[in-house]
Design a protein around this ligand. Structure first.
Ligand SMILES: [Zn+2]
Ligand SMILES: [Zn+2]
Length: 286
């Protein structure tokens, strides 16, 4: 809850006129507790999870020869009932794992000092913080994910996420509840090391979820602007990890490719990509 009663008090405290965004934030959050604002995160995750995969669902249901050019595993087709079944299973995980994790992680948010006060962070500050969160999460996720591929971790936890050997957008968060908690820790690590504003915190989780849905979409569109992000793995990179399945010792990183390059866990993928590119070039020449 903001420690000001009126906009004028907030302006005196900040020492200048509030920007349009800050006035909006004041009007929205002044009477809400920090806990209620924190719980918005769960709501946003639910909404974005439900809406963002829908364009991929439409594309999947409208499959044609042209669309199959962009499907990473074109032999795999998902019906409407497959997709609804995946959505239903993930919503159950939301209720039984993500929700409780939200409730019990609030004290951590208080300890690390995620602030809700004014002034709001600048766009540049948010960009830099979220970039740091992505790098930290990617590194932690790489090792935790690799650990989940040990015999015990895979058999008891991680094999649930690998049920989809050809993933779809809705399957991005499809995982055992223990995996949600383990990999959730990696997502919290950035804000723990570099705590910021609640808006930055929301945006970080939304962007991370958008990225996970894109990498699990099953489609690789050449015009995607994400291809211009240096070291970005993308859907093709993570799809290979699912394609290989339980025996996968390749492409563990969640967002970028540099960890797999440094630790030599991208050899199988590089080989397959080379073969794939050569075959495609041959087919083009025919
Ligand atoms: Zn895996
Ligand atoms: Zn995955």
């Amino acid at each position: 809850m903001l420690p000001y009663q009126t906009l004028q008090e907030a302006e005196i405290s900040v020492g200048r006129n509030l920007t349009f965004g800050e006035a909006l934030w004041f009007n929205y959050s002044a009477r809400k507790s920090d806990y209620v604002l924190y719980c918005h995160n769960t709501f946003f995750l639910f909404i974005f999870y439900t809406v963002l995969p829908l364009p991929y669902v439409i594309v999947e249901l409208m499959r044609s020869k042209k669309i199959d050019e962009f499907k990473i595993q074109p032999k795999i087709k998902n019906s409407m009932s497959d997709i609804i079944d995946c959505y239903r299973k993930v919503i159950l995980t939301f209720v039984f794992a993500v929700g409780p994790l939200q409730i019990f992680s609030y004290p951590l948010i208080q300890i690390i000092g995620i602030r809700t006060s004014l002034p709001l962070p600048s766009g540049w500050e948010m960009f830099c913080q979220i970039l740091v969160y992505f790098v930290i999460e990617d590194y932690a996720n790489y090792w935790l994910h690799r650990l989940l591929h040990c015999k015990w971790g895979y058999e008891n936890i991680h094999k649930v996420h690998h049920e989809y050997t050809a993933p779809i957008g809705f399957a991005a968060p499809y995982a055992h509840w223990a995996e949600i908690i383990i990999l959730g820790l990696a997502s919290f690590l950035g804000p723990v090391i570099v705590p910021g504003h609640m808006i930055t915190f929301w945006l970080w989780f939304i962007l991370r979820q958008m990225e996970a849905i894109e990498t699990h979409s099953g489609y690789d569109f050449p015009w995607s602007p994400l291809k211009y992000i240096p070291f970005y793995g993308g859907s093709h990179f993570h799809d290979y990890h699912h394609y290989v399945g339980g025996k996968s010792h390749s492409n563990f990183a969640s967002v970028f490719t540099y960890c797999d390059s440094i630790y030599g866990t991208n050899k199988g993928y590089r080989y397959k990509k080379e073969v794939f590119e050569k075959t495609r070039e041959k087919l083009k020449g025919m």
